[in-house]
Ligand binder design. Structure first.
Ligand SMILES: Nc1ncnc2c1ncn2[C@@H]1O[C@@H]2COP(=O)(O)O[C@H]2[C@H]1O
Length: 362
């Protein structure tokens, strides 16, 4: 019988950095007291937590007002910062070929796709990706398609669950089929945590039935509820998009059913469109007075729902008496609001420019 690998560890301890042996000692103690079901995930969470703590220590030592740093759009350059915040570290890891070096940028990014209080996966300027994937979307690149066999009844349930979810709009037939093929059913009990803040991103989830609360703990403080999800909602995209630790904890508030999409399929099919829209509308949405009080992540969700529509000068966007299904924000251009009185005489009652809105319930 082969001896377990751990049996050889003491023999090489003298070559190992002290910090490493201390960390492993701590990890061993936590594993033996917790006895986790998923050991790999537990270890990944342990190291992510350590990185987060180290980063918070570093940030408080190097920035006077870390809370002033705002989230911005996940543009490719910002994504690069997120991954490539490397400096002249002598302990730098091997880089995947497809991640470009960005020499001359600041030691720390001044812009993040999510609020700074959310743990992001970099520390001390060291690259700490949770996987070797490039930040570039994998759309268009070949990837091994995941096919989880399922009944037509299951397929119908997936289709109903994603029917009104904006992230699944604009998929062509093949992409739609690939997404449905790759999804896997997950039953969750009331109180179960599907995602834990700081954990490693493995799946993106769509809610078929049930309900979930989403909590964020800032700087190790108490968890605060930031949003909730019901049927048709989805969560868990950020860690997959940015190779970052989970930004929030998601807990079932009743027995629920989820459809989970693996990270490779998510990145290969859904990520490109999602990050493009969030990037495209971010700065515009920041300038809309109606949305000024929203958190960056809430603006991302609005961006998911937006579609640009072009109108010629003089063309009617909506007509008086029409049933209103859409809410409009003026991205560029101007519009007049005309109203007919009971005699059929039309007069201008409002004039709207960029950032103005109409339609829907307004
Ligand atoms: N305010 C928020 N900030 C970050 N993530 C949020 C927020 N509200 C909801 N979430 C979701 O919570 C998820 C936790 O896992 P992810 O970071 O992968 O993706 C996150 C988002 O889908």
């Amino acid at each position: 019988m082969t001896a377990p690998e751990s049996q050889f560890l003491p023999a090489i301890t003298h070559q190992l950095p002290e910090e490493y042996t201390q960390l492993l000692g701590e990890l061993n103690r936590e594993v033996s007291t917790t006895n986790p079901e998923d050991v790999l995930q537990f270890c990944a969470n342990f190291f992510n937590k350590k990185l987060e703590e180290q980063r918070v220590r570093f940030m408080s030592a190097h920035t006077s007002h870390p809370q002033d740093i705002r989230g911005i759009s996940p543009s490719p350059s910002n994504q690069d910062h997120l991954m490539d915040s490397d400096q002249d570290d002598d302990d730098e890891e091997e880089e995947p070929d497809d991640i470009e070096e960005d020499e001359g940028h600041d030691e720390f990014p001044t812009s993040l796709p999510i609020p700074l209080t959310v743990p992001v996966n970099y520390n001390r300027g060291r690259r700490t990706s949770v996987s070797a994937e490039s930040m570039a979307p994998t759309t268009g690149q070949a990837f091994d398609k995941v096919v989880i066999p399922k009944t037509s009844e299951q397929r119908a349930r997936i289709e109903a669950s994603i029917a009104n979810n904006f992230l699944f709009k604009n998929l062509d037939e093949d992409q739609y089929g690939d997404v449905v093929n790759a999804m896997t059913e997950k039953h969750v009990q009331n109180g179960e945590k599907v995602i834990e803040q700081g954990g490693v991103g493995d799946y993106f989830y769509v809610v078929e039935s049930g309900a979930f609360d989403c909590f964020i703990s800032k700087n190790g403080g108490p968890q605060q509820k930031v949003t909730a999800y019901i049927a048709g909602g989805s969560f868990g995209e950020l860690a997959l998009m940015y190779n970052a630790p989970r930004a929030a904890t998601i807990q079932a508030t009743t027995d629920s059913v989820l459809w989970a999409l693996d990270r490779v399929t998510f990145r290969g099919i859904l990520m490109e469109n999602t990050s493009r829209k969030r990037r495209m509308y971010e700065s515009f949405l920041e300038e809309v007075p109606l949305l000024a009080s929203l958190e960056p992540y809430e603006r991302h969700k609005i961006a998911d729902a937006l579609e640009s529509v072009y109108y010629d000068d003089g063309e009617a966007v909506v007509k008086q008496g029409d049933v209103g299904n859409n809410f409009f924000l003026i991205e560029s251009g101007e519009a007049t609001v005309l109203k007919q009185n009971e005699n059929g005489v039309e007069r201008e009652v409002n004039y709207l420019t960029k950032g103005g809105y109409f339609g829907g319930m307004f």
